[in-house]
Ligand binder design. Sequence first.
Ligand code: GDP
Ligand code: MG
Length: 302
Amino acid sequence: MTANDYPKKCGYVAIVGRPNVGKSTLLNHILGSKLSITSRKPQTTRHNLLGIKTTEDAQIIFIDTPGMHLNQKKALNRYMNQEAEGAIKDVDLIILVLDRDIWNETDERVANEAFKTKIPVIITINKFDKISADNDIAPHIKNLAANFPTSKIIPISALLGHQLDLLESEIKNNIPCREYYFPNDQITDKSERFLVAELIREKIVRQLGAELPYETTVEIEKFKYEKNICHINALILVEREGQKKITIGDKGERLKMIGRESRLDMEKLLENKVMLTLWVKVKRGWSDDKNALKSLGYKSEY
Ligand code: GDP
Ligand code: MG
């Protein structure tokens, strides 16, 4: 039997695009599970994350990337760019996500990086549900087709799941026939510890929005199953005293809310009862401190 006769397909697919176009939402919808955190704020996703979808005939290994940033001054931003650029070098297929007919400098840069690799690229026009009837984006699609003639262009709604079946079958057409790399029941490469920390960070980003710069991180100090309950202690690190006050809120109300929502999501993810304890601590300048980043698990070279 030659490689091409192998009855199953398996491949790596990088999801790339400017921050906030809907990459993580797309991954979560395809996987049917909340793996990657999302929010209205750009720069929510920081690490590359594998999401693995295994069916009868194919295993698609998605890589959700942090998106690329033009501001490369801070160590954290440089790290995020490296994660995104590294992810697209060794994949079988790239999915470029665009937000409706918006096309700016960052979209252009991401597209250039993607097409430079010579790896096949599928272009998805996301948030199609937000396009009103009087907003004709056909000229934009025509333009893209002219500029990127080798790419299929698929309008989708990652949020509502529109046209994701079509996208999936197009992905399968573009990945090689080979044995599965991961066991059938594995859906990610990340530990439960990592995923729960991300869930807390998502609640903070969503709750505090503009009040808190994105320089917040979460460290899990304890993660232990005892008598059928998962005990999790987490430390929220912020940059300034004022941010600590905002995060805790009046009489601790905000922290309580962050804790409650995080716990509910964790219980769904872990399928287990969770006892969660949160603390907030000031750690000055961590987002621009290489050693602090390393100690928090941002491990690439930068
Ligand atoms: P990422 O930074 O590219 O990973 O973007 P996210 O997945 O975090 O999504 C950014 C924001 O866009 C979130 O508020 C999502 O709910 C929203 N969003 C993503 N996809 C869609 C979509 O298809 N339709 C609509 N209306 N909103 C979307
Ligand atoms: Mg994301």
